[in-house]
Write a protein of this length. Structure first.
Length: 206
């Protein structure tokens, strides 16, 4: 499998020792791009080097290394990170490789963070149990998140509700209050009840 992973100097000392040798020989390729964010010029400096050993070992995996440092025109460093990959690096590929490496954090920010802090209680789900309950609860939470994600794309009633109840926590709190006192025949009936309560016309095609 291909990979693009963060690579820090303190955890990959051998690789950075080799890199330092190539830097002294001016063999590390450097590319600079300037862009405008609407207020400031931002200078993106990419550096890259292919075929570096990952460890101090005769059988060490050989990897390709790259770096991005983004500096605003007033000197403030906006972003800095380094990556290793098995994809060949060149002046024509490094920008896309770094972008792909940075996108890995979308998983943490848009999935894991949502499950932990936006009402799903993935870490604090009201007691984990001593045997299999924790696995059951985690599975149910992931299934709920999956179905909610699908509903965001295909269910017009759900989309309308989330447009006026933009935070998941508010949405979940309303559902919790309603289902405590009212038994709905279906999920669809509950959504339509909520839309009527908010004076939102129910879409003809749901």
């Amino acid at each position: 499998m291909h990979f693009i992973l963060v690579c820090k100097a303190d955890s990959h000392k051998t690789l950075y020792e080799w890199l330092a040798d190539f830097e002294r020989e001016n063999k590390v390729i450097t590319i600079t791009r300037t862009r405008w964010d609407g207020k400031h010029k931002i200078h993106d400096t990419y550096r890259l080097m292919n075929d570096l050993p990952l460890r101090n070992d005769d059988e060490a995996m050989m990897v390709n290394w790259c770096e991005l440092k983004s500096v605003r025109d007033d000197g403030k460093v906006l972003y800095y990170n380094t990556f290793i990959t098995d994809h060949p690096l060149s002046s024509s590929t490094v920008i896309d490789i770094v972008a792909a490496g940075r996108s890995r954090w979308k998983i943490e920010n848009e999935n894991n963070n949502t499950l932990k802090t936006k009402g799903y209680h993935f870490e604090h789900n009201f007691g984990h149990g001593k045997k299999n309950l924790s696995s059951v609860l985690a599975t149910l939470i992931l299934l709920a998140f999956l179905f909610h994600t699908v509903l965001e794309h295909i269910d017009k009633c759900y989309q309308l509700l989330r447009s006026v109840l933009p935070t998941r926590k508010t949405f979940f709190d309303d559902i919790r209050a309603l289902t405590r006192y009212t038994c709905f025949e279906s999920w669809q009936q509950m959504l339509e009840f909520m839309l009527k309560g908010l004076d939102i016309p129910i879409p003809k095609s749901v």
